[in-house]
Design a protein around this ligand. Sequence first.
Ligand code: PFF
Length: 455
Amino acid sequence: MAQKREKFGGQMAVILAMAGSAIGLGNIWRFPYMVGEHGGAAFVIVYVLATLLISLPVFLAEVMIGRRSHTNARDAFARLSRHHPFWKGAGYLTILIPTLIACYYSVIGGWSVEYFVKSCGLAFVNTTPEAASGLFGTFVSSTWTPVIMHLVFLGATVLVVAGGVKAGIEKFSKITLPVLFVLILLILCYSVSLPGAGEGVRYLLHPDWSELTPRTFAYAMGQSFYSLSLGMGAIITYGSYVSKKENILATSTGTAVSDLLFAILAGFAIMPAVFAAGIEPGAGPGLIFQSIPYVFAKMGVTLPLVSSVVSIVFFLAIIVAAMTSCISLVEVGVSFLMERAGMSRGRACLILYVICGVFGVLCSLSFGPLSGVKILGMSIFDLFDWVCSNILLLLMALLVVVFVGFILPRRVVHDEFTNRGTLPFNDRIFPLVWFLLRYVAPVAIVVIFLTNFIL
Ligand code: PFF
């Protein structure tokens, strides 16, 4: 318990690590298909507003809890509530949720490893839409390869976490995040230069307001929470490594803007290519794994080498993005085991590898040999995703805003937000942030929750 806690080394390091957590499969895999399903630009506009007005204040709240308590996510609630039994219990959720997510998140991480390997082996060169979707179906429903790829992906993730906060997490994000932006820009340039890509660009720029239903608002907010890694203990944990000197408004806004920018870049990288290949934009979760190989194959008819290289770069980008996010999920449990159970970092990493490995294997097998196992009518994988994204994430986010808005004294929140009154700009906008946190965010979270269930 008395170990010295590590810290991130400066503002840029904080932004890169937090953006590493935020930018992930949610941006490259989920955001484009949601835009495709929910009215293109109309969804993007709602998404941007939701991020700035609701998610950003919640993000700030999580960073404040972490930095103020200077401990792991479970103990943060206990410490700041002076060991109130309710909040002590609630704190356990912050360890449970990211660990559950890491189980299935690393399964999709494993898929990207497999697709990267396949691209290197030029497996998509002459594929057709039917072949690409057949290949995806055969792969995910097989027993061994997805399981092995999941374990490889998780192993690599855990190894970075084992390196520690500074030498592992911070260093990895510092190198990979800028590379990731360059990779996605390269793909974007290629994608918008394709014949027929203009249609995709137009789709992203022209709002179809008729698609805007209450459900769309709920999805946009849910997606924004997920994308910023909220309600999962990850930002609380990273916040606990932020020094008292940092301006958390600057680091949080930097992270939210990078995440937004990346999601939009990913939209412009993927949608034009999807339109150029004549694929349905609302193809759903399989969009990148089923359509993108065909997109590259189609383009490859004229330029096989270029399209193969772009496809390798694309799946590499997904691996990197997924890893920096999965790292933040695993770190939540690791910091808890280190501080609560006095374990070494290595041992805590090993335990998380085993837990997430075993449950991840079950999630992976639920596409194949265990596809007959249904709980509440859902496969194991879908159950994990549904419980985490639609229930636990929102519940935790609500607990966070109630905790900061109503349990912590206003003075404490003000101190954290303004570094004890030394940041004049933060001081000026504090009333707005306080209002958004206390009144707007809780109502919005409850509305998303009800919309998910009722509509
Ligand atoms: N924000 C990540 C993404 O957009 O892919 C997913 C994620 C990572 C969620 C870490 C939660 C978390 F704690």
